[in-house]
Design a protein around this ligand. Structure first.
Ligand code: PXP
Length: 238
């Protein structure tokens, strides 16, 4: 069974909208683990608009499942990861102004750069994963970077799923077979949701981990709204 790593960036975004510490990111992480998730993912961006660097430090002291830090390996990010030493680092080529990650690595062009950074993290006993599109060629070049795992970028899958799920999964099956044959572990993430996760996990054998944030937090709001609205009504009527 693939492990679920919950990306808690959105909880920090909500907190940052008001200042203060509600919702409390550290408490949320501990509770998410208590509910059974096998990992916590954070994606600190240089402008710290979601998770802050201090959040990452605070979380590293309490996360007892797998701690995964993802991001573009700029010098500040590299220093933070080496300081915190999470179980896994996921390297993502996101631009500073990107709303969210929007492409996988070109593992052919950036092979030497990735190899150097991956070596640095691995020599500090941090497992490495790199974000890649579901492209057999990119997966095969990923092997030369020395990475332990790849994270398949699932936005295309999620977009096509409702039109034609068999078509949506095709490239992911091919890419994951290539990764498996090369001895690279397979993670996946982006736009996975309660609606599309089951077919994905059933179709990709050897899937080790999914990292899910946006949909999971939106779904939590909807699934919780009824209870909370009724709780307010009950308080108002007492
Ligand atoms: N994986 C990577 C590399 C990401 O950048 C993100 C979003 O921060 C995710 C997974 C999770 O995507 P989503 O929030 O759509 O579940």
């Amino acid at each position: 069974m693939a492990q679920l790593s919950v990306n808690i960036n959105k909880i920090a975004t909500l907190r940052n909208a008001r200042g203060g510490n509600m919702p409390n990111v550290v408490k949320a992480a501990i509770d998410i683990e208590g509910f059974g998730a096998q990992g916590i993912t954070v994606h600190p961006r240089p402008d710290e608009r979601h998770i802050t660097y201090q959040d990452v430090r605070d979380l590293s002291k309490v996360v007892s499942t797998e701690f995964n830090i993802e991001g573009n390996p700029n010098p500040k990010f590299i220093d933070l990861v080496l300081e915190v030493k999470p179980h896994q680092v996921t390297l993502v080529p996101d631009a500073i102004d990107a709303i969210t990650s929007n492409a996988g690595w070109d593992t052919k062009t950036h092979k030497n750069y990735l190899r150097e950074i991956i070596h640095l993290f691995k020599s500090n006993n941090i497992r490495t994963s790199i974000f890649v599109d579901p492209d057999v060629d990119m997966v095969s070049h990923a092997k030369d970077t020395g990475t332990d795992r790849i994270e398949l970028y699932t936005e295309d899958y999620a977009k096509t799923y409702f039109k034609n799920r068999d078509l949506a999964i095709e490239n992911y099956v091919l890419a994951s077979k290539e990764a498996y044959s090369l001895g690279i572990g397979i993670n996946a993430g982006h736009d996975l949701s309660l609606e599309n996760i089951e077919f994905f996990s059933q179709s990709i054998s050897n899937l080790k981990e999914v990292s899910i944030g946006h949909a999971l937090i939106c779904e939590s709001l909807y699934l919780g709204l009824e209870t909370v609205v009724k709780s307010y009504l009950s308080k108002l009527s007492s």
